[in-house]
Design a protein around this ligand. Structure first.
Ligand SMILES: [Zn+2]
Length: 614
């Protein structure tokens, strides 16, 4: 612990360019000013957008600019409250600030809600000339994207009612899930001592070298979850039914439709991508067989998937991690590296381990008028270096897109992970080429392939599972057993006969937060990873010409649809061959691992378990 804690000691972000402290009077002054502006906005614009023939273009533009200005000020307060809370979740005054700010944001949001609703009600023939008007060119995508919700929006009182009721409805079930899973305690015996582990601690044991320990961790995880089957099933079942009800009220044609609108992608492209993923399950199974040979097992079990393969990966202090990431970025593009360097020099990053600090890692890019912030928990292993590369990729994206206005800044989920996953690839490649020990090279490759499997194949499995659940729910309330069966059915085609199932694994669905908090989120991971795999191949082929186009993509932020922004890079995700390119890259990685493994293979030990004939 102390060695880990020292890995990034003192690396804390500086939030003082947002506000001075949690009790800075400027916070309340900003909220009050925003509320006044929102009330004035409502007094000035209510009833002036939905008018016969549509509003005059300059009137509509003035309204958008005013709303964007209010929103930008709110982002500053919202970002400060949530970053401060993330930096120490145990401080009641930080939690209070965050809750108070959220309440204000909902109320102020409700004051200006009419604007979007009026715009949606403007008939097509009046809206079309506005969408083409040069004065509104900077907001064309924003205005057009908002209208995608036209057939699915309810009246203003209904929308307000849903907003308010959601806090004690679906969001309350979400909180119950979070509070239950984060309060779980897993009894685990290790080194002769009985420990109580948290969910993330017991999950982390899947990376341990000791097979018996991994198996016991796997069993304990699901044993404890099974004890809460009643609540976990009830919560999930309720949220699925709630989603179906809202879909019916909003007239969405199928359960994924709302997500597709937000992601700016159509059902056909998503289905094509999932089908391509399923056609390539064999690639993952080939890797599982390679890994079984490396671990000297006849066949992998589920709990062997993330086992280390022997070689010690080098450790990296935070300084070393910074150096590695910046070196790699520099090779890719000096501009990319320069943008990343600021995070360290200007203290936009919080990396040290502290009690009370939020787990995991994220990058927040609240507004183009501010700058992004990165949070991570650097323990000093090589995975942390990849996490740093990932979050800095997001950070550089947020920085490069700052010439966009707030309403053109954020990208949808489908492309939100482009820069981050790309950043990981750049660093992975750099580490691999700098490494001379073939054992470490193999460990790096296996780590990359396993991450890719978890991001591509597994997320497609999760999506198929959700589809099956939603298709079955209209027939009646779920029993835990029925959910478990659908879960196993969705997993079987992926693992095939390459991985041995366990009895306990039927509870594998029960702790996954995405099913609860953001349904049908998971296919965005598949999209992002496959997109980056094929972009990375293009970078290898085209070099500097690609880098220019790529930086242009990041600078464009969310100013147009993913389809339009990706076109200059030669990406057409309606082309069936496009998805296959990503799998060709995975194939090449597995080939490389297989060849390296074969060249390192030791002579067979006569008594040991031997690889199967396949
Ligand atoms: Zn990310």
């Amino acid at each position: 612990m102390s060695q880990h804690a020292a890995a990034a000691a003192g690396v804390r972000w500086d939030l003082s360019d947002l506000f001075a402290s949690h009790d800075d009077p400027a916070i309340d002054a900003t909220l009050t000013a925003c509320r006044t502006r929102a009330e004035e906005f409502a007094a000035r614009y209510r009833g002036t957008i939905l008018v016969p023939g549509g509003p005059p273009p300059d009137h509509l533009l003035a309204a958008i600019l005013e709303m964007e200005g209010i929103q930008a000020d709110l982002e500053r307060v919202g970002a400060f409250a949530s970053l401060l809370y993330a930096s120490d979740t145990s401080r009641p005054e930080f939690r209070d600030l965050r809750e108070r700010v959220e309440q204000h944001l909902t109320e102020i949001g409700n004051l200006v809600l009419f604007f979007e609703l009026e715009w949606l009600e403007v008939p097509e023939d009046a809206a079309a000339p506005l969408l083409d008007h040069p004065a509104l060119a900077g907001y064309r995508h924003f205005l057009r994207q908002a209208r995608q919700m036209r057939p699915h929006t309810l009246s203003e009182p209904e929308e307000r009612l849903l907003n308010e009721r959601d806090n004690t409805g679906p969001r309350a079930f979400g909180r119950l899930f979070t509070e239950l899973t984060s309060s779980l305690s897993f009894p685990f015996r290790r080194d002769g001592r009985e420990e109580r582990l948290t969910l993330s601690e017991i999950l982390a044991l899947s990376h341990e070298a000791d097979r018996d320990l991994r198996r016991r961790a796997h069993e304990t995880l699901f044993e404890v979850l099974e004890r809460h089957a009643l609540i976990l099933t009830f919560v999930y079942d309720t949220l699925v039914q709630d989603h179906l009800t809202i879909d019916r009220l909003r007239r969405f044609p199928h359960p994924m439709a709302a997500r597709h609108v937000a992601n700016e992608i159509d059902a056909e492209a998503v289905e094509r991508m999932l089908a391509a993923t399923e056609r390539n399950f064999g690639e993952a199974q080939r890797y599982f067989r390679v890994k079984a040979r490396l671990l000297d097992l006849p066949r992998l079990a589920l709990y062997d998937q993330y086992a280390p393969i022997g070689a010690e990966l080098p450790r990296a202090t935070f300084d070393r991690a910074r150096q590695l990431v910046l070196e790699a970025f520099e090779v890719f593009s000096p501009a990319f590296a320069a943008a990343a360097r600021q995070f360290f020099e200007r203290r936009w990053i919080d990396a040290e381990l502290r009690p009370g600090k939020q787990d995991g890692a994220f990058c927040a890019s609240p507004s183009p008028l501010l700058h992004p912030y990165v949070l991570c928990n650097h323990t000093g292993n090589l995975r942390d270096v990849m996490t740093l590369a990932h979050e800095l990729g997001h950070g550089v994206h947020g920085w490069l897109a700052r010439a966009q206005t707030l309403f053109n800044y954020d990208t949808p989920l489908t492309t939100a992970e482009t820069a981050s996953v790309f950043g990981e690839f750049v660093v992975f490649d750099h580490l691999l080429s700098a490494e001379s020990d073939p054992r470490v090279q193999l460990a790096l490759l296996c780590g990359k392939i396993e991450d890719t499997c978890a991001t591509v194949y597994r997320q497609a499995v999760l999506t198929r599972f959700e589809q099956a659940v939603f298709a079955r729910r209209p027939a009646g309330r779920f029993t835990a057993d029925a959910v478990c069966r659908l879960w196993l059915d969705a997993n079987r085609p992926y693992y095939g006969d390459a991985v041995e199932f366990t009895e306990a694994y039927r509870w594998g669905w029960s702790y996954i937060p995405h099913f609860i908090h953001s349904r049908f989120y998971c296919y965005s991971y598949v999209f992002g990873e496959l997109l980056v795999l094929s972009l990375y191949r293009r970078y290898k082929e085209e070099g500097a010409a690609f880098v220019r186009k790529y930086l242009g993509l990041l600078e464009a932020g969310g100013s147009d649809s993913p389809e339009a922004l990706l076109r200059p890079l030669g990406v057409d995700f309606h082309d069936p061959a496009f998805w296959q390119k990503g799998f060709d890259e995975i194939h090449a990685l597995v080939d490389r691992a297989e060849a390296l493994a074969a060249s390192l293979a030791q002579p067979a030990s006569p008594a040991g378990a031997k690889p199967d004939a396949g």
